[in-house]
Design a protein around this ligand. Sequence first.
Ligand SMILES: [Cu+2]
Length: 111
Amino acid sequence: MNAKWTITALVGGALLLGACSDDGDSASSDPVTVTAVDFQYDTREIRVAAGTEITFTNADETLHTMTDKGGSFNTDDVAVDEATTFSVSEPGTYNYFCVYHPAMSGELIIE
Ligand SMILES: [Cu+2]
């Protein structure tokens, strides 16, 4: 699944033209979950429709955040075994990271 999403990201511009073909690659509005564990996000690339609920869960042993580098969203501190839900309404590609552990990073694509 991840490899497929990576390819999709590379040809994202072309996909907009082919969005009518229902081949499973179009962005879903089903809620998604991103979990922090072992100082990593378990999902490094998320592709969803605008406004989709994104739940960030912390299953690690220290607090983490899920923060957009461009400042569009920020979960603030999410404590161990806590979760928070947010959504992004503006289509675009967002690179997110943890403010405490910048090596943790991922990409959120809003369509
Ligand atoms: Cu962190």
